[in-house]
Design a protein around this ligand. Structure first.
Ligand SMILES: [Zn+2]
Length: 255
C-alpha cells in the first residue's frame, strides 16, 4: 500500500510541510500496542456509564500519537530527549502495580532536564500549533537542548494505576473552574505516567507530585533522585479525573 503523506503545520517549529507521526509518549516507552481512540464529544453525548464498561472508538494500530511534528523536529527532539524519557518510564513502570492507597518513595537515576523537555515536546504535540506560535520562547527552549531559559509552566506527575484503569487520555489546554478561579492545564495519561502541564500554575489534583524542578539540571546531566508518587486511576474522559470505575458509578448513582 502506498504510504500516505500528511501535510500541515508542525506543532513545534510552526513550519508548514510534510508531517511525521509522533508517538506520544515515545514508542519505546510502552507505546507500541494498538490503542482505542474515543471522541470525547461522542462519549459526552452518549451514555458515559455504558462507555466505562464497553468503550467505543477507532482503533489505531501503531500506538498513541498523531501527525504533529515535521520530520526535523521529530528526529531532533527524539534524539535529544527520547531515550532519557524512555529510561525514566522503564524504571518507574513496575510501580504502576503498587496499591493506590500507598505512597511510594521511589529512587531512580535519570537525566532530569532531558526528561522535562521530552514531556514539554509531548504537550506541544498534543496541543494545536497555535500554542507554540504564541510561545516562541518555548520553541527556542525546546529546539536548543542546552537552553535553560524555561517558561512559567509547571509539570506534575503521578503513576498510572494499572490495576484500576481502563482508559488513556490526552487533552490540550483545558479550563476547570474550582473555588479559587480557573485552572488551566493539559494532560497526558498513558502508562506508566499521568502527566499534567499547568499554565495557571496550580496542581489540579493532590495525588500528583510537582517535578518542575527537573529543569534545574544541565542538559545530559544524570542524577540520583527519589520521587514521592501515588498511583492514580484513569477511567473517565475528563482531564485530571482520577476516580476508579466504582467511584464514578457510585457518584453517578447519588447524583
Ligand atoms: Zn517542526
Amino acid at each position: 500500500m502506498a504510504k500516505l503523506r500528511r501535510y500541515g503545520q508542525c506543532h513545534l517549529c510552526g513550519c508548514s510541510g510534510p508531517l511525521s507521526f509522533e508517538h506520544i509518549p515515545p514508542e519505546a516507552a510502552f507505546n507500541d500496542q494498538k490503542v482505542l481512540l474515543s471522541d470525547i464529544e461522542k462519549v459526552l453525548a452518549g451514555d458515559m456509564l455504558e462507555h466505562l464498561d464497553n468503550p467505543k472508538g477507532r482503533t489505531q494500530q501503531r500506538g498513541a500519537g498523531a501527525y504533529t511534528l515535521c520530520e526535523q523536529c521529530n528526529s531532533k527532539t527524539g534524539g535529544w530527549y527520547g531515550k532519557p524519557y524512555v529510561a525514566f518510564a522503564r524504571q518507574l513502570f513496575p510501580y504502576c502495580w503498587m496499591p493506590p492507597d500507598r505512597v511510594g518513595i521511589i529512587p531512580c537515576t535519570i537525566k532530569p532536564l532531558n526528561v522535562y523537555k521530552q514531556i514539554l515536546v509531548m504537550f506541544c504535540s498534543a496541543s494545536p500549533p497555535a500554542v507554540t506560535q504564541k510561545n516562541p520562547e518555548l520553541v527556542r527552549y525546546l529546539l536548543n537542548p542546552e537552553s535553560r531559559d524555561s517558561g512559567q509552566e509547571r509539570i506534575y506527575l503521578g503513576l498510572y494505576d494499572l490495576r484500576n484503569s481502563k482508559a488513556t487520555r490526552q487533552s490540550g489546554l483545558t479550563g476547570r473552574i474550582n473555588g479559587h478561579g480557573i485552572q488551566l492545564f493539559s494532560e497526558i495519561s498513558f502508562p506508566p505516567f499521568n502527566l499534567v502541564c499547568s499554565t495557571s500554575g496550580d496542581n489540579p489534583d493532590p495525588g500528583l507530585t510537582e517535578i518542575t524542578w527537573f529543569k534545574e539540571f544541565a542538559y545530559g546531566e544524570s542524577a540520583d533522585i527519589s520521587l514521592t508518587l501515588r498511583n492514580l486511576a484513569v477511567n473517565s474522559v475528563f482531564p485530571a479525573d482520577y476516580r476508579s470505575v466504582d467511584e464514578i458509578k457510585r457518584q453517578a448513582g447519588t447524583n
